[in-house]
Design a protein around this ligand. Structure first.
Ligand SMILES: Nc1nc2c(ncn2[C@@H]2O[C@H](COP(=O)(O)OP(=O)(O)OP(=O)(O)O)[C@@H](O)[C@H]2O)c(=O)[nH]1
Ligand SMILES: [K+]
Ligand SMILES: [Mg+2]
Length: 364
């Protein structure tokens, strides 16, 4: 039996099985098997595993956003509207066949937006250009999932399943599980909180499925079997996702209103240029970037030229982005803004900066 058949057989079995306490163990094991076969499917095998011609786009700017959606939902129309790059637009499906990068400028940041071919059901298993698209999506800082507003919510569910199947986790944080494989000594399973969704027996069975018999597991939160499997398989990417319902010029005001209230969702019309400013604002929000300003001693801060960093970035990261060797001569920094109690406050390299903070680095 081929891997695809095995996968569909297990999926079938999972769907057929009622979800309750008595079947929890059985389901958990099936999911572990499923994750194993899917991982095998995605392993690069010879030529077909590569990213493919036309997909190897250089990273540039402060962050990368991958446009994911079914064919003809308007991905290329968006790229051509919000960036200076033109990407072919047409009424037929699969107009775009490669990865086309454009740049969005916002808050002084340069955000790389990648237009990609449409993906369809079965993309995870290599249908269409699914694999190449997914490989690019994994390199992004965020997914912008474009949906056709006239098709309701069905596209969203299907695409989420495809991305889920290849280990992309949207708007979720990494499960708080400590896991360390060892050479001997058996398995130790501990938990800091009561576990209601998985028990020790299932933990052992899942590990056995991966031929792991020695190691240490510590649950720091009440995780599900799926989350535990994610940690064991590794190689998962956790990224923010913004859902953009396009073509709202084609649906009723009531439906627009309903969609607009869904979480992480923006409603737009690329053709009518409706709500595109808000879309860009929300991309910035979801990327979780901050802008900080530098200041020299005795001078005003330079508010025209901020430094773009990830939220939570430390003073050390600031130094690195100013100059490679700055950390070596670092004595302390003075910070003004919401990350400190006093203005200014003397801080060290490990201090975390907030959006729009001002920093003055004092060197040895
Ligand atoms: N009514 C309406 N049509 C739109 C809108 N945005 C794009 N379209 C149309 O949708 C069709 C497909 O647009 P594309 O931008 O080529 O879609 P795509 O998602 O890039 O398609 P593929 O590259 O084939 O996957 C074109 O005929 C566009 O004019 C919109 O806001 N409203
Ligand atoms: K198209
Ligand atoms: Mg296109």
């Amino acid at each position: 039996m081929g891997i695809l058949e095995r996968i569909s057989e297990i999926e079938h079995e999972i769907n057929r099985t009622q979800k309750n306490k008595a079947t929890e163990h059985h389901l958990g094991l099936l999911k572990a098997k499923l994750a194993k076969y899917r991982a095998q499917l995605l392993e690069p095998s010879g030529k077909s595993g590569g990213k493919g011609e036309g997909f190897d786009v250089m990273k540039s700017g402060d962050a990368r956003v991958a446009l994911i959606g079914f064919p003809s939902v308007g991905k290329s129309t968006l790229l051509s509207t919000v960036t200076n790059t033109e990407s072919a637009i047409a009424a037929y499906e699969f107009t775009t066949l490669t990865c086309v990068p454009g740049v969005i400028k916002y808050e002084g940041a340069e955000i790389q937006l990648l237009d990609l071919p449409g993906i369809i059901e079965g993309a995870a298993q290599g249908k269409g250009r699914g694999r190449q698209v997914i490989a690019v999506a994994r390199t992004a800082d965020m997914v912008l999932m474009m949906l056709d507003a006239t098709k309701g919510e069905i596209q969203k569910r299907l695409l989420e399943e495809e991305l889920e199947a290849v280990g992309i986790r949207l708007n979720k944080s990494k499960p708080k599980i400590y896991y360390k494989q060892r050479k001997s000594g058996g398995l130790t399973v501990n938990s800091m909180v009561p576990l209601t969704k998985i028990d020790e027996k299932l933990v052992h069975s899942i590990l056995a499925e991966y031929k792991i018999f020695n190691g240490e597991v510590l649950f720091r939160e009440d995780c599900t079997a799926d989350e535990f499997i994610d940690v064991i398989v590794g190689n998962r990417v956790y990224m923010p996702c913004l859902y953009a319902y396009n073509k709202i010029d084609q649906i009723s005001i009531e439906e627009v209103d309903r969609l607009a209230h869904l979480p992480h969702t923006v409603v737009i019309s690329c053709n009518m240029r409706l709500n595109l400013d808000y879309l860009v604002e929300q991309i910035w929000e979801h990327l979780n970037l901050i802008k900080i300003f530098t200041k020299k001693r005795g001078q005003r801060p330079d508010l025209t030229d901020g430094i773009i960093l990830r939220n939570g970035a430390t003073v050390e990261a600031v130094c690195h982005s100013i100059h490679r060797t700055m950390v070596d001569s670092f004595r302390y920094a003075l910070v003004w803004g919401t990350s400190v109690k006093f203005n200014p406050q003397r801080v060290g390299l490990t201090h975390s900066m907030n959006h729009e903070d001002v920093i003055q680095v004092v060197s040895k």
